[in-house]
Design a protein around this ligand. Sequence first.
Ligand code: EPU
Length: 338
Amino acid sequence: MKQYTNYSLLAHNTFGMDVQAAMFVEYDRVDELRNFLGSEDFLRFRDRFIHIGAGSNLLFGGDYDGLVMHSAIRDIDVVSESGDCLLVRVGAGYVWDEFVDYCVTHGYAGVENLSAIPGEVGASAVQNIGAYGVEVCDVIEWVETLSIDGQERIFKREDCGYGYRDSIFKRKLRGKYIVTHVVYRLAKKTQFRLDYGDVRARVEAEGGATLATVRHAVTAIRDSKLPDPKVLGNAGSFFTNPVIPREQYEKLLTTYPDMPSYTIDEARVKVPAGWLIEHTGWKGQALGRAAVHDRQALVLVNRGGATGIEVKELAHRISDDIYAKYGIRIVPEVNFID
Ligand code: EPU
Protein backbone atom coordinates (compact mmCIF):
# COMPACT_ATOMS: atom_id res chain seq x y z
CA MET A 1 0.00 0.00 0.00
CA LYS A 2 1.19 3.53 -0.77
CA GLN A 3 0.50 6.32 1.70
CA TYR A 4 1.63 9.92 1.31
CA THR A 5 0.96 13.27 3.00
CA ASN A 6 0.64 16.60 1.14
CA TYR A 7 0.42 14.72 -2.14
CA SER A 8 -0.02 16.33 -5.57
CA LEU A 9 -3.21 15.28 -7.35
CA LEU A 10 -2.10 16.57 -10.75
CA ALA A 11 -1.74 13.03 -12.12
CA HIS A 12 -5.09 12.04 -10.59
CA ASN A 13 -7.52 14.50 -12.22
CA THR A 14 -8.05 14.87 -15.96
CA PHE A 15 -8.99 18.56 -15.57
CA GLY A 16 -5.29 19.17 -14.90
CA MET A 17 -5.73 20.95 -11.54
CA ASP A 18 -2.44 21.18 -9.65
CA VAL A 19 -3.82 20.74 -6.15
CA GLN A 20 -2.74 18.73 -3.11
CA ALA A 21 -4.41 16.24 -0.79
CA ALA A 22 -3.57 16.22 2.92
CA MET A 23 -3.26 12.42 2.64
CA PHE A 24 -3.32 10.00 -0.29
CA VAL A 25 -3.62 6.23 -0.02
CA GLU A 26 -3.50 3.61 -2.76
CA TYR A 27 -4.09 -0.04 -1.91
CA ASP A 28 -3.55 -3.19 -4.00
CA ARG A 29 -5.74 -5.75 -2.26
CA VAL A 30 -9.06 -5.97 -0.39
CA ASP A 31 -7.36 -7.01 2.87
CA GLU A 32 -5.08 -3.95 2.68
CA LEU A 33 -8.13 -1.74 2.28
CA ARG A 34 -9.85 -3.46 5.23
CA ASN A 35 -6.78 -2.94 7.45
CA PHE A 36 -6.54 0.70 6.45
CA LEU A 37 -10.24 1.28 7.20
CA GLY A 38 -9.53 0.09 10.76
CA SER A 39 -6.49 2.33 11.20
CA GLU A 40 -6.05 5.56 13.18
CA ASP A 41 -5.26 7.39 9.94
CA PHE A 42 -8.61 6.49 8.42
CA LEU A 43 -10.51 7.32 11.61
CA ARG A 44 -8.92 10.78 11.57
CA PHE A 45 -10.29 11.38 8.05
CA ARG A 46 -13.51 9.36 8.28
CA ASP A 47 -15.62 12.50 7.81
CA ARG A 48 -13.41 14.03 5.17
CA PHE A 49 -12.40 11.57 2.48
CA ILE A 50 -13.13 10.85 -1.15
CA HIS A 51 -12.49 7.73 -3.16
CA ILE A 52 -11.37 8.40 -6.72
CA GLY A 53 -10.97 6.34 -9.87
CA ALA A 54 -8.98 7.90 -12.68
CA GLY A 55 -10.20 11.37 -11.66
CA SER A 56 -11.98 11.78 -14.99
CA ASN A 57 -15.19 13.10 -13.45
CA LEU A 58 -13.83 15.42 -10.77
CA LEU A 59 -13.19 19.11 -10.37
CA PHE A 60 -11.11 20.26 -7.41
CA GLY A 61 -11.84 23.79 -6.17
CA GLY A 62 -8.41 23.97 -4.51
CA ASP A 63 -6.21 21.89 -2.19
CA TYR A 64 -8.20 19.12 -0.52
CA ASP A 65 -7.77 19.12 3.24
CA GLY A 66 -8.73 15.48 3.55
CA LEU A 67 -7.94 11.91 2.50
CA VAL A 68 -8.00 10.76 -1.13
CA MET A 69 -8.18 6.99 -1.66
CA HIS A 70 -7.50 5.07 -4.84
CA SER A 71 -7.80 1.38 -5.68
CA ALA A 72 -5.02 -0.48 -7.45
CA ILE A 73 -6.94 -3.79 -7.28
CA ARG A 74 -6.48 -4.98 -10.85
CA ASP A 75 -7.22 -8.71 -11.04
CA ILE A 76 -9.47 -10.03 -13.81
CA ASP A 77 -10.98 -13.53 -14.02
CA VAL A 78 -13.78 -15.38 -15.76
CA VAL A 79 -15.75 -16.70 -12.78
CA SER A 80 -18.39 -18.71 -14.62
CA GLU A 81 -19.37 -19.70 -18.11
CA SER A 82 -22.68 -21.14 -19.23
CA GLY A 83 -24.30 -21.40 -22.66
CA ASP A 84 -23.86 -18.11 -24.45
CA CYS A 85 -22.90 -16.06 -21.37
CA LEU A 86 -20.01 -15.63 -19.04
CA LEU A 87 -19.30 -13.66 -15.89
CA VAL A 88 -16.05 -11.69 -15.63
CA ARG A 89 -14.94 -10.35 -12.22
CA VAL A 90 -12.70 -7.30 -12.41
CA GLY A 91 -10.82 -5.27 -9.78
CA ALA A 92 -12.05 -1.71 -9.25
CA GLY A 93 -8.68 -0.23 -10.24
CA TYR A 94 -8.62 -1.91 -13.68
CA VAL A 95 -8.57 0.76 -16.40
CA TRP A 96 -12.02 0.76 -18.04
CA ASP A 97 -10.86 0.89 -21.65
CA GLU A 98 -8.33 -1.90 -21.04
CA PHE A 99 -11.25 -3.99 -19.81
CA VAL A 100 -13.20 -3.19 -23.01
CA ASP A 101 -10.14 -4.16 -25.02
CA TYR A 102 -9.82 -7.44 -23.07
CA CYS A 103 -13.49 -8.24 -23.85
CA VAL A 104 -13.23 -7.41 -27.55
CA THR A 105 -9.99 -9.40 -27.89
CA HIS A 106 -11.54 -12.46 -26.20
CA GLY A 107 -14.79 -12.20 -28.21
CA TYR A 108 -16.94 -11.22 -25.19
CA ALA A 109 -19.78 -8.89 -26.20
CA GLY A 110 -21.62 -6.18 -24.27
CA VAL A 111 -19.22 -3.32 -23.60
CA GLU A 112 -17.85 -2.56 -27.08
CA ASN A 113 -20.10 0.56 -27.41
CA LEU A 114 -18.47 1.86 -24.22
CA SER A 115 -15.02 2.01 -25.83
CA ALA A 116 -12.59 4.83 -25.03
CA ILE A 117 -14.44 6.13 -21.96
CA PRO A 118 -11.85 7.40 -19.50
CA GLY A 119 -11.92 6.01 -15.97
CA GLU A 120 -11.73 2.76 -14.06
CA VAL A 121 -13.94 -0.26 -13.42
CA GLY A 122 -15.00 0.77 -9.87
CA ALA A 123 -16.25 4.16 -11.07
CA SER A 124 -18.11 2.54 -14.00
CA ALA A 125 -20.45 0.94 -11.46
CA VAL A 126 -20.87 4.10 -9.39
CA GLN A 127 -21.44 6.50 -12.30
CA ASN A 128 -23.36 4.07 -14.50
CA ILE A 129 -21.29 5.22 -17.46
CA GLY A 130 -23.06 5.22 -20.80
CA ALA A 131 -22.54 6.00 -24.46
CA TYR A 132 -23.85 5.12 -27.92
CA GLY A 133 -27.04 3.51 -26.70
CA VAL A 134 -25.56 1.35 -23.91
CA GLU A 135 -25.31 1.88 -20.15
CA VAL A 136 -22.96 -0.20 -18.07
CA CYS A 137 -25.82 -1.26 -15.75
CA ASP A 138 -27.10 -3.32 -18.74
CA VAL A 139 -24.16 -5.73 -18.19
CA ILE A 140 -23.46 -5.47 -14.44
CA GLU A 141 -24.33 -8.66 -12.56
CA TRP A 142 -23.18 -7.64 -9.10
CA VAL A 143 -20.92 -5.13 -7.34
CA GLU A 144 -18.60 -6.18 -4.50
CA THR A 145 -17.89 -3.58 -1.81
CA LEU A 146 -16.47 -3.00 1.65
CA SER A 147 -18.41 -0.71 3.93
CA ILE A 148 -16.26 1.96 5.57
CA ASP A 149 -16.54 -0.21 8.70
CA GLY A 150 -14.73 -2.95 6.79
CA GLN A 151 -17.73 -5.28 6.21
CA GLU A 152 -18.10 -7.03 2.86
CA ARG A 153 -21.36 -6.43 1.05
CA ILE A 154 -22.43 -7.55 -2.40
CA PHE A 155 -25.03 -5.52 -4.31
CA LYS A 156 -26.94 -7.31 -7.05
CA ARG A 157 -27.68 -5.11 -10.05
CA GLU A 158 -31.30 -4.60 -9.00
CA ASP A 159 -30.14 -3.29 -5.61
CA CYS A 160 -27.87 -0.64 -7.13
CA GLY A 161 -30.65 1.87 -7.93
CA TYR A 162 -29.43 2.42 -11.46
CA GLY A 163 -30.76 5.29 -13.60
CA TYR A 164 -29.25 7.63 -16.19
CA ARG A 165 -25.75 8.42 -14.79
CA ASP A 166 -27.10 7.50 -11.38
CA SER A 167 -26.80 4.81 -8.70
CA ILE A 168 -27.38 4.25 -4.99
CA PHE A 169 -23.61 4.73 -4.49
CA LYS A 170 -23.92 8.36 -5.67
CA ARG A 171 -26.93 9.15 -3.48
CA LYS A 172 -28.23 7.32 -0.41
CA LEU A 173 -25.05 5.33 0.14
CA ARG A 174 -22.59 8.01 -0.93
CA GLY A 175 -19.31 7.70 1.02
CA LYS A 176 -20.51 4.55 2.83
CA TYR A 177 -19.25 1.72 0.58
CA ILE A 178 -16.09 1.28 -1.45
CA VAL A 179 -16.33 -0.80 -4.62
CA THR A 180 -13.65 -3.50 -4.70
CA HIS A 181 -14.73 -5.63 -7.70
CA VAL A 182 -17.42 -5.54 -10.37
CA VAL A 183 -18.84 -8.66 -12.05
CA TYR A 184 -20.05 -8.16 -15.62
CA ARG A 185 -22.26 -10.51 -17.64
CA LEU A 186 -20.95 -10.72 -21.20
CA ALA A 187 -22.21 -12.65 -24.20
CA LYS A 188 -20.51 -14.89 -26.71
CA LYS A 189 -22.99 -13.85 -29.39
CA THR A 190 -24.54 -10.43 -29.66
CA GLN A 191 -27.08 -8.21 -31.26
CA PHE A 192 -25.04 -5.15 -32.12
CA ARG A 193 -26.43 -1.77 -31.11
CA LEU A 194 -25.62 0.58 -33.95
CA ASP A 195 -28.53 3.02 -33.96
CA TYR A 196 -26.90 5.95 -32.18
CA GLY A 197 -25.53 8.78 -34.37
CA ASP A 198 -22.92 7.77 -36.96
CA VAL A 199 -22.09 4.36 -35.48
CA ARG A 200 -23.85 2.26 -38.14
CA ALA A 201 -22.42 4.25 -41.08
CA ARG A 202 -18.89 3.99 -39.73
CA VAL A 203 -19.20 0.28 -38.97
CA GLU A 204 -20.55 -0.39 -42.47
CA ALA A 205 -17.65 1.56 -43.97
CA GLU A 206 -15.36 -0.85 -42.11
CA GLY A 207 -16.99 -3.90 -43.70
CA GLY A 208 -19.76 -4.67 -41.17
CA ALA A 209 -20.30 -5.18 -37.48
CA THR A 210 -17.79 -7.14 -35.42
CA LEU A 211 -16.75 -6.35 -31.85
CA ALA A 212 -13.55 -4.87 -33.25
CA THR A 213 -15.21 -2.64 -35.87
CA VAL A 214 -17.74 -1.31 -33.34
CA ARG A 215 -14.92 -0.55 -30.89
CA HIS A 216 -12.96 1.13 -33.65
CA ALA A 217 -15.94 3.21 -34.86
CA VAL A 218 -16.92 4.39 -31.38
CA THR A 219 -13.30 5.30 -30.57
CA ALA A 220 -13.02 7.28 -33.82
CA ILE A 221 -16.28 9.19 -33.15
CA ARG A 222 -15.19 10.04 -29.62
CA ASP A 223 -11.73 11.12 -30.80
CA SER A 224 -13.29 13.45 -33.36
CA LYS A 225 -15.40 15.31 -30.77
CA LEU A 226 -13.89 14.95 -27.33
CA PRO A 227 -10.64 16.64 -26.34
CA ASP A 228 -7.72 14.49 -25.17
CA PRO A 229 -7.21 15.38 -21.47
CA LYS A 230 -3.44 15.03 -21.92
CA VAL A 231 -3.62 17.98 -24.32
CA LEU A 232 -6.58 19.97 -22.94
CA GLY A 233 -7.73 19.29 -19.39
CA ASN A 234 -11.40 18.24 -19.17
CA ALA A 235 -13.73 15.75 -17.49
CA GLY A 236 -15.86 14.64 -20.45
CA SER A 237 -19.50 15.76 -20.33
CA PHE A 238 -19.60 18.47 -17.69
CA PHE A 239 -23.40 18.38 -17.39
CA THR A 240 -25.94 15.58 -17.62
CA ASN A 241 -28.61 15.89 -20.29
CA PRO A 242 -31.72 17.33 -18.60
CA VAL A 243 -34.88 15.26 -18.43
CA ILE A 244 -38.00 17.43 -18.75
CA PRO A 245 -41.79 16.89 -18.93
CA ARG A 246 -42.95 16.18 -22.50
CA GLU A 247 -45.51 18.97 -22.13
CA GLN A 248 -42.77 21.53 -21.47
CA TYR A 249 -40.79 20.16 -24.44
CA GLU A 250 -43.75 20.45 -26.78
CA LYS A 251 -44.32 24.04 -25.74
CA LEU A 252 -40.64 24.83 -26.36
CA LEU A 253 -40.87 23.22 -29.82
CA THR A 254 -43.31 25.91 -30.95
CA THR A 255 -40.55 28.53 -30.49
CA TYR A 256 -37.51 26.27 -31.09
CA PRO A 257 -38.62 23.67 -33.68
CA ASP A 258 -35.06 22.30 -34.08
CA MET A 259 -34.61 21.35 -30.42
CA PRO A 260 -33.60 17.63 -30.41
CA SER A 261 -34.81 15.12 -27.82
CA TYR A 262 -34.68 11.45 -26.84
CA THR A 263 -37.80 9.78 -25.45
CA ILE A 264 -37.48 8.52 -21.87
CA ASP A 265 -41.12 7.47 -21.45
CA GLU A 266 -44.58 8.81 -22.30
CA ALA A 267 -44.29 11.68 -19.87
CA ARG A 268 -40.62 12.69 -20.17
CA VAL A 269 -37.93 13.51 -22.74
CA LYS A 270 -34.18 14.10 -22.49
CA VAL A 271 -32.80 17.19 -24.24
CA PRO A 272 -29.11 17.29 -25.20
CA ALA A 273 -27.40 19.83 -22.94
CA GLY A 274 -24.78 20.28 -25.70
CA TRP A 275 -27.50 21.69 -27.98
CA LEU A 276 -28.79 24.05 -25.27
CA ILE A 277 -25.26 25.31 -24.56
CA GLU A 278 -24.51 25.81 -28.26
CA HIS A 279 -27.81 27.63 -28.85
CA THR A 280 -27.17 29.97 -25.92
CA GLY A 281 -24.02 31.08 -27.74
CA TRP A 282 -21.51 29.49 -25.37
CA LYS A 283 -19.81 26.96 -27.68
CA GLY A 284 -16.11 27.84 -27.98
CA GLN A 285 -16.44 30.77 -25.52
CA ALA A 286 -14.08 31.30 -22.58
CA LEU A 287 -14.20 32.80 -19.13
CA GLY A 288 -10.61 33.46 -18.14
CA ARG A 289 -8.73 30.20 -18.68
CA ALA A 290 -11.82 28.00 -18.56
CA ALA A 291 -13.70 27.45 -21.82
CA VAL A 292 -16.44 25.54 -23.62
CA HIS A 293 -14.98 23.03 -26.08
CA ASP A 294 -15.45 24.09 -29.70
CA ARG A 295 -16.39 20.61 -31.03
CA GLN A 296 -18.71 19.41 -28.23
CA ALA A 297 -20.34 22.09 -26.11
CA LEU A 298 -21.09 19.68 -23.27
CA VAL A 299 -17.39 19.58 -22.41
CA LEU A 300 -15.72 22.36 -20.41
CA VAL A 301 -11.95 22.60 -20.78
CA ASN A 302 -8.97 23.99 -18.93
CA ARG A 303 -6.99 26.04 -21.45
CA GLY A 304 -4.03 25.97 -19.06
CA GLY A 305 -3.81 27.14 -15.46
CA ALA A 306 -7.57 27.50 -14.88
CA THR A 307 -8.71 27.06 -11.29
CA GLY A 308 -11.65 24.92 -10.27
CA ILE A 309 -13.40 28.10 -9.14
CA GLU A 310 -13.09 29.57 -12.66
CA VAL A 311 -14.55 26.44 -14.23
CA LYS A 312 -17.37 26.42 -11.69
CA GLU A 313 -18.15 30.09 -12.41
CA LEU A 314 -18.29 29.35 -16.15
CA ALA A 315 -20.64 26.43 -15.47
CA HIS A 316 -22.92 28.67 -13.38
CA ARG A 317 -23.13 31.33 -16.07
CA ILE A 318 -23.97 28.78 -18.76
CA SER A 319 -26.59 27.13 -16.58
CA ASP A 320 -28.19 30.50 -15.69
CA ASP A 321 -28.32 31.61 -19.35
CA ILE A 322 -29.99 28.35 -20.37
CA TYR A 323 -32.49 28.67 -17.56
CA ALA A 324 -33.28 32.26 -18.56
CA LYS A 325 -33.81 31.31 -22.22
CA TYR A 326 -35.45 27.88 -22.04
CA GLY A 327 -36.61 27.46 -18.43
CA ILE A 328 -34.49 24.29 -18.18
CA ARG A 329 -31.96 23.90 -15.37
CA ILE A 330 -28.93 21.84 -16.41
CA VAL A 331 -26.91 20.26 -13.61
CA PRO A 332 -23.28 19.13 -13.52
CA GLU A 333 -22.35 15.50 -13.91
CA VAL A 334 -18.85 16.31 -12.69
CA ASN A 335 -18.27 16.08 -8.93
CA PHE A 336 -17.06 19.35 -7.47
CA ILE A 337 -14.71 18.84 -4.52
CA ASP A 338 -13.97 21.85 -2.34
N1 EPU B 1 -25.26 18.85 -29.70
C1 EPU B 1 -25.19 20.12 -30.21
N2 EPU B 1 -24.04 20.84 -30.01
C2 EPU B 1 -22.98 20.32 -29.35
C3 EPU B 1 -23.07 19.01 -28.84
C4 EPU B 1 -24.22 18.29 -29.02
O1 EPU B 1 -26.12 20.63 -30.82
O2 EPU B 1 -21.98 21.04 -29.22
C5 EPU B 1 -26.52 18.08 -29.92
C6 EPU B 1 -26.67 17.46 -31.28
O3 EPU B 1 -28.03 17.55 -31.61
C7 EPU B 1 -26.36 16.00 -31.08
C8 EPU B 1 -26.87 15.80 -29.67
O4 EPU B 1 -26.61 17.03 -29.00
O5 EPU B 1 -27.03 15.20 -31.98
C9 EPU B 1 -26.18 14.68 -28.93
O6 EPU B 1 -24.76 14.88 -28.95
P1 EPU B 1 -23.77 13.65 -28.69
O7 EPU B 1 -24.12 12.48 -29.52
O8 EPU B 1 -22.35 14.17 -28.80
O9 EPU B 1 -24.09 13.21 -27.21
P2 EPU B 1 -24.40 13.99 -25.87
O10 EPU B 1 -25.83 13.80 -25.51
O11 EPU B 1 -23.89 15.39 -25.96
C10 EPU B 1 -23.95 11.88 -24.38
C11 EPU B 1 -23.08 11.50 -23.22
C12 EPU B 1 -21.64 11.30 -23.68
C13 EPU B 1 -21.63 10.18 -24.70
C14 EPU B 1 -22.54 10.58 -25.88
C15 EPU B 1 -22.69 9.48 -26.90
C16 EPU B 1 -24.13 12.52 -21.28
C17 EPU B 1 -24.01 13.56 -20.21
N3 EPU B 1 -23.14 12.52 -22.19
O12 EPU B 1 -23.48 13.16 -24.84
O13 EPU B 1 -20.89 10.88 -22.54
O14 EPU B 1 -20.32 9.93 -25.19
O15 EPU B 1 -23.87 10.87 -25.38
O16 EPU B 1 -23.49 8.46 -26.40
O17 EPU B 1 -25.07 11.74 -21.27
C18 EPU B 1 -19.46 11.60 -20.77
O18 EPU B 1 -20.32 11.19 -19.99
O19 EPU B 1 -18.40 12.14 -20.36
C19 EPU B 1 -19.70 11.51 -22.21
C20 EPU B 1 -18.86 12.02 -23.11
